[in-house]
Write a protein that binds this ligand. Sequence first.
Ligand code: LLP
Length: 446
Amino acid sequence: MFYYPHDFKMTRNTLHCERVPIHQIVEEVGTPVYVYSYKTLVDHFRKLKSAFKKIKPLICFSVKSNGNMAILKLLVGEGAGLDIVSGGELYKAVRAGCPGERIVYASVGKTPQEIKEALKAKIFFFNVESAAELDLINSIAVQKKVVVNVALRFNPDVDAKTHKHITTAVKSSKFGIDAKTVHEIFANHASYPGIRFSGIHMHIGSQITQAAPFIEAVRKAGNMIEEGRKLGVAVDHLNLGGGLGIIYQNEEPQSPQGFADAISPLIEKLGVKLILEPGRFIVGNAGALITKVIYVKESHHKRFAVVDAGMNDLLRPALYEAYHEVVPVNHNAKALDDSLNYDVVGPVCESADVFARDRKLGQLESDHLLAIFGAGAYGSVMASNYNGRLRPAEVLVKGNQWEVIRRRESMKDLTRYDVEEVSFLDNGNHRKAKRKTAKKSVKSLH
Ligand code: LLP
């Protein structure tokens, strides 16, 4: 009755990640905690790689979906490149040991500083999102006497048939450059001496379950590439972005092989090298958020399981009304009383702080553990301290071993960056006091 993703399985009525019982992790690390399966992560990367083995694309894991350093390092070790969107992600990518030639950089708002840092790291490509950004990169490149690889992010105007907040390639979207402008830039390519126009980039949306929107987008990009070639621009890369959908509930996403079989012939015909930027496909179902029931709250209308994770830990249900499977960590499927329905809610002071509605979860009590699946992508990366809550720990499981890959935040972390003493708010008393102690410590030096 529940959907168990890949390497999360019930064995002897208790949930395991690979061979580790979840309750064992909780006993040491507490809740809420994100738990990831090494095997799922690596399997998914390898599945995609082998589905496309004929055309050998560069697969750049999308750091925005999960930026944990241990996860980045293990994927880079598998041969993945990284898709980044900020100076912060560049810093992490370099620290994770990703060679520059495997880093591609998107984002509608790269700052001059970020562009310079990416040049220093010798990244493979900038995925350029506007004519204004192109001008800036060109002038920085000319100044530094280098020629920079650029893929224009083309907005193909296709409907990816997914949630409106994660659709990115329709005319009204802030992302990408429309066909006419791409054409104008290509026609004008000689006036960008600092730019090598070596690619077209697209990202048409996320959680896309069918091949059709990708095929339509590749066709449109193909026309764009042909046009470029006619205008003297040797475009030899097509970056198809991310977007592959996964199962959260009962979706039937295309298989990696089906996707590869649909796309590869088009790429071969175009004579370009393919780049992919998957995030969710690799890490989404590799992770679960484990939380503990604090109270079961019953009113005359409803039954709530109030848990110790909140929307600050996993924002997707509140932000997108996203469905995530919720499963009791310890239960006997045969004996489960399915007459009991719960809304699973967090402690945050927001009505949107609801993980699941009307779920049959059996007889829940305080201290029972629940697993929220599909939390590996856009989970911990979107966590915050809202309501003074500590961001959760993260654990990586491999076989029967496990290790904390991010420690739980502490109370001290909550005030770490705040300046508590503001001198102009206490008539300078604080500053005077500070000066006195400074004088004293100078005296004590003599
Ligand atoms: N490449 C680019 C340029 C992107 O903007 C994205 C995601 C990806 C690749 C990776 O897409 P994926 O393979 O993961 O679908 N927070 C939302 C998803 C936002 C996606 C943003 N861009 C969610 O939780 O559903």
